[in-house]
Ligand binder design. Sequence first.
Ligand SMILES: *Cc1c(COP(=O)(O)O)cnc(C)c1O
Length: 357
Amino acid sequence: MTIMQIKIEDELLKKETISHENLGFGRYFTNRMFSQRYTENKKWHCPKISDLKPLELPPHIQVFHSGQNVFEGIKAYYSKNGDINIFRLSDHLERFNRSAQRLAMPEIPIERHKKAICKLVETERDWIPKKTGCALYIRPVMIGVEPTLEVRAAKDFLHFIILSPVGPYFGEPLSPVSVWISDDQVRAIKGGTGTAKTAANYAGSIFASEKARANSYDQVLWLDGIERRYIEELSGMNIMFVTERQELITPLLNGSILEGITRASIIELAPKIGLSVREEKIDVYQMIAEISSKKIIEAFAIGTGATIAPVGRFGFKGRDTLVNGGSAGPIAKLLYKNLTDIQHGRAKDFSGWLTTI
Ligand SMILES: *Cc1c(COP(=O)(O)O)cnc(C)c1O
């Protein structure tokens, strides 16, 4: 049975050439995109790959007013034997559907979504940067496009996928980041939309992120919405700590933390390098005290964008605390190596994480 026939519109632009030396993150996009529409009657239809071009949408569609939006962030890696490895594709697409469900949006059948991504990546394969630390970032998005100002679910949706060749999120792989811990605003609460990848969560985080940036911090770390005491995550990454007793500790998923796929992957890799893993509530005051007393020896943020970003400095209630002297620690480096070796096809894919094209 064929999953779907994707129409390829052949009005291709000239190939833009870009330097792979300084890609940044989400700065460049490939020439083509995938899109399809959904209506109640026809379900998903009109799948096509066309030039990346402006969307022509009326100003009164649902997403602009009530915000039905979900997305994913996935990476395809170049492998030295010439294969393209997409990391944990099914897991991302299942999460996309869980996000869609939370936002009262239609799901996309996994095989259909997979085919769309694989076909687009294959078409744009020349854009995949080859260096370690670089990848092709895949961004699927779904939005409500029915014209209405009523606060309700749209009946029509647009799904599109764009691709961006990216370098390391924070400039260099493993360059330490500084993190400001917000004690007034919150990102998400249990029962809200924190576990869904939906734009509203990020919109609500920007005020604090800008304030952090103005005070020379790279990122914001969010606490729980009720007691403002337990560590949750960053705006787009989960967080982990390493103790002197070689334990890896990360906040327990609690209904407001986004279930990161990098988080799950590191939890699976950590025992292989001799770490014991604990998922638990982490008290921010205790965490700061244990960094100061060197019981906690490393901290790092993890997510598809940056893979692993060591935290060199936390700012909390007006005071700074350095972690590992402000530099990347050995565990972060080793986990980064082990994970990127699998992604780039240099180590065995023991868990079946890769979709190879
Ligand atoms: C995407 C995201 C993460 C990381 O998830 P990955 O699957 O590892 O990329 C963590 N927290 C938030 C809020 C996110 O949006």
